[in-house]
Design a protein around this ligand. Structure first.
Ligand code: NDP
Length: 288
């Protein structure tokens, strides 16, 4: 068996094309394009790459970028004030704080300063609560992007065993909840899970969101499983995921590459979330 590639890059490009076409039509009617404010503190090189990708993608589809890079010594109060300004700024539909923040800043407190209807990263308690209740709201970009990718390839989820390795509030937990809402039977695994391989071998849908190169070997994958690699690991040879791509490709039925899988969908979902917020503000319905 050779797994079919879940091609996030191509789907993300298509979604961006659709957004660009739609925004070219509606932005002149509304009188302004959508706006996304990205707040990036310090000089973490990985954050620089992510913010650059996000701003470039915004420009491609017709979303105006606000915000910028702030020095590592910027205080909690200054950042909270900046977020309040963006909360009130009519040109801004989405506010994103690029994580991780320098260790002396309280990121949770800052994220809760963002007004929930501009919280395009879906990390405010209100949006997390809506996710838990199964109500519509802004959903975290990586989990929502993964669900969109699985949906595009019409991967059946109802009644399937899904194992999510990783339980962060950014990826693992919300993704598990979304899979549950799609009627999968979900198990979370984490650093304290004994016999990880025994668990992952039962998974019809296996998600790895850990950040450890080579964590998922072919022996840990059930033949025919759908494997989604969220992990991003920087190596001298470039970016790799958590999954032994070549080995697992011979066992799985579907597999996401790194890069070109989940990362591309995360950026596309951020644009979609920003436009969803813009649409709601102007009572426009974006075609699906
Ligand atoms: P975190 O570090 O917050 O969480 C990692 C999770 O992995 C934790 O729940 C941890 O368990 C678990 N874990 C660590 N070691 C093991 C192990 N040996 N076996 C099983 N579980 C383990 O990371 P994030 O959730 O923020 O990100 C996860 C990965 O996804 C990273 O590589 C990150 O770069 C990538 N990422 C990719 C994105 C994309 O767009 N493709 C977007 C966001 C993240 P415990 O809770 O017990 O500590």
């Amino acid at each position: 068996m050779t797994a079919q590639i879940l091609d996030g890059k191509t789907l993300a490009q298509r979604l961006k094309g659709q957004l660009q076409t739609w925004l070219a039509e509606v932005s002149p009617q509304v009188g302004r394009p959508p706006g996304l404010a990205v707040i990036w503190v310090g000089d973490n090189p990985a954050s620089a790459a992510y913010v650059g990708q996000k701003q470039k993608s915004c420009a491609q589809v017709g979303i105006t970028s606000f915000g910028g890079q702030f020095p590592a010594h910027t205080s909690q109060g200054e950042l909270a004030h900046l977020i309040q300004q963006f909360n009130q700024d009519e040109r801004v539909d989405g506010i994103l704080v690029q994580l991780p923040l320098p260790a002396d800043l309280d990121s949770t407190k800052l994220l809760h300063t963002i007004t929930p209807d501009k919280d395009v990263d879906g990390l405010h308690l209100v949006n997390l609560g809506k996710l838990l209740r199964g109500e519509p709201g802004l959903q975290s970009c990586t989990p929502a992007g993964v669900m969109r990718l699985l949906g595009h390839y019409q991967i059946p989820l109802a009644g399937k065993q899904a194992v999510v390795v990783g339980r962060s509030i950014l990826v693992g937990k919300p993704l598990g909840l979304l899979l549950l809402a799609s009627d999968a039977t979900v198990t979370f695994a984490h650093s304290r899970t004994p016999d990880l391989a025994g668990l992952t071998r039962q998974a019809d849908i296996l998600i790895s969101a850990v950040g450890r190169q080579g964590l998922i070997t072919p022996q840990m994958v059930k033949p025919g499983a759908v494997v989604v690699d969220v992990g991003i690991n920087r190596t001298p040879a470039g970016l790799v995921g958590d999954v032994d791509f070549v080995g697992v490709q011979a066992v799985a039925s579907y597999l996401t590459p790194v890069p070109g899988g989940v990362g591309a969908m995360t950026v596309a979902q951020l644009l979609l979330n920003t436009v969803q917020s813009y649409g709601q503000r102007h009572e426009l319905v974006m075609p699906q």
